[in-house]
Design a protein around this ligand. Structure first.
Ligand SMILES: NC(=O)C[C@H](N)C(=O)O
Length: 489
């Protein structure tokens, strides 16, 4: 079954009208996965047996028309805990971790009777931009198997682009949904900080992390975001605001006439590839032709974003990752003399190089004597970045630019140069620092690889972003182009 020609609403209707059963759909999903997985390597754990059983149960109980994802297999990034289903965060230290509870987002999806197809690859603890930091495997970009899928939600993006599943959950601390969405030509959306509960997300940078979806279409993304959003008493940073039915507003009347779009000159400046710039400029022209008003603006503190982000996120990570000590979770070193040895050896053996680098950077930034020069300074920059956006949003509805400065690069190209890897986040980290919603949608191609247009919204105004994304999607056909892997059709 070809997932490129359908969407969640169609599948739901077909399931309700018994044109297809959940069992048939789930079987077809695993056929797609098996036909392409050797090439893509998106999954760390396949949940095939349990998924088939769940599908049979859904069929036996009948599909409830109110449960929009009932009987539909979806993928889950492997830093989101799933009860009884191995959850590794792509780290050796969690190699044998079988959570005893579900993340709130999973609970919400289970209440809808979704089918969990399996757990998707990422950079270890979501630290990276290519999935090359996974302790298990590098995922390959379905558009060109010699290139990275981006990261850290690279498995999620590649699985959707390869037509293995219609949608997959990701997380985004500094671009981890938007960058892979851009590299794989899919829709990726990071909601406003606080929109979605972080309970059961393996914490990385707690003041930055958000959960969101990677999908083939804007409408699917909107529909799914409504399903996982809302306040959760387990996460006091989750907002009590009402959750709109985002998808219900996407229809033939959705228009961008009069919409005021700000384009930061820093987002089309130095360091951004020519091909990416040209593609984004053409996309902006298209918005203009649809009646939007495009203005050049400045977000002057963009240049400090990467440095400040890596200090703040690593500081938070150094604290969050203390719990992995060989005692409470995961793998314990065996050749030990005393308790100190258990900690040191379990962590030395269990964590990969990038994770260790960040724990050291974060511990250093927080240490007495260096705190003022690093963590405090970075926090001040964070405020300036937020104020830059606030100023622009006084007169504009949305900010737009590229999601990343380049298209997907070759596997191995940046892995020995962490700074080069970090610089790919220059256009995405400011959004997390300011707590804003951001998405990437397919906007064209450069070097035969997809380019993502980044759309940034005001806090809790995901609707305006979805509307603009939908208007673009309905009048272009970039999202209809698919990689040619063979086998999945
Ligand atoms: N986690 C993210 O959002 C990706 C970012 N490149 C990082 O390594 O921190």
């Amino acid at each position: 079954m070809n997932f490129y020609d359908t969407d969640l609403t169609q599948l739901h209707d077909d399931l309700v009208n018994k044109k297809i059963s959940a069992t048939e759909l789930t079987k077809a999903t695993f056929e797609n996965i098996h036909a392409t997985e050797d090439q893509v390597q998106a999954f760390l754990t396949l949940n095939e047996e349990v998924a088939m059983k769940q599908a049979q149960e859904v069929d036996a109980n009948g599909i409830n028309a109110d449960q929009l994802v009932a009987g539909i297999p979806l993928g889950v990034k492997d830093n989101i805990v799933t009860k009884g289903l191995r959850t590794t965060a792509a780290s050796k230290i969690l190699d044998n971790f079988n959570p005893i509870y579900d993340a709130t987002v999973i609970e919400k999806l289970k209440a809808q009777n979704f089918i969990n197809a399996g757990k998707l690859n990422l950079d270890e603890f979501a630290m990276g931009g290519s999935t090359e930091n996974s302790a298990y495997q590098t995922t390959h970009n379905p558009w060109d198997l010699t290139r990275v899928p981006g990261g850290s939600s690279g498995g999620s993006a590649a699985a959707v682009a390869a037509g293995q599943v219609l949608a997959a959950l990701g997380t985004d601390t500094g671009g981890s949904i938007r960058l892979p969405a851009s590299y794989n030509g899919v829709v990726g959306m990071k909601p406003t900080y606080g929109r979605v509960s972080r309970w059961g997300i393996i914490a990385f940078g707690s003041s930055l992390d958000q959960v969101g979806w990677l999908t083939q279409s804007v409408k699917d993304n909107a529909l799914l975001t409504s399903l996982i959003s809302g306040h959760d008493e387990h996460d006091l940073t989750s907002s009590t605001r009402e959750v709109p039915n985002f998808a219900s507003q996407l229809n033939d009347d959705t228009s961008v006439k009069g919409l005021r779009i700000a384009v930061p000159k820093e987002y089309l400046g130095e360091g951004v590839d020519e091909g990416v710039k040209e593609t984004i400029k053409a996309a902006l022209k298209h918005y203009e032709s649809l009646g939007a008003i495009i203005d050049e603006v400045s977000l002057p503190n963009t240049q400090y974003g990467v440095a400040a982000y890596y200090i703040i996120s690593s500081s938070e990570a150094s604290s969050n990752l203390q719990r992995f000590d060989g005692i409470r979770y995961g793998v314990r070193a065996t050749d030990v003399q005393n308790l100190e040895d258990v900690y040191v050896k379990s962590r030395s053996e269990g964590f990969g190089d990038e994770v260790k680098r960040r724990i050291m950077l974060g511990t250093f930034s927080l240490s007495a004597g260096f705190y003022d020069a690093y963590f405090k300074k970075a926090s001040q920059i964070r405020t300036l970045i937020r104020q830059d956006f606030e100023k622009v949003f006084e007169n504009h509805d949305l900010v737009m630019g590229p999601a990343g400065p380049t298209v997907a690069y070759k596997i191995g190209a940046n892995i020995t140069d962490p700074k080069a890897m970090y610089m790919n986040d220059v256009l995405t980290v400011p959004v997390n620092m300011a707590g804003l919603p951001g998405m990437s949608i397919p906007a064209g191609f450069s070097d035969n690889m997809p380019v993502g247009l980044q759309i940034i919204g005001k806090p809790f105004d995901e609707q305006t972003m979805y509307n603009a994304a939908y208007a673009f999607e309905q009048t272009t056909d970039f999202h209809k182009q698919t990689p040619n892997l063979g086998g999945q059709n």
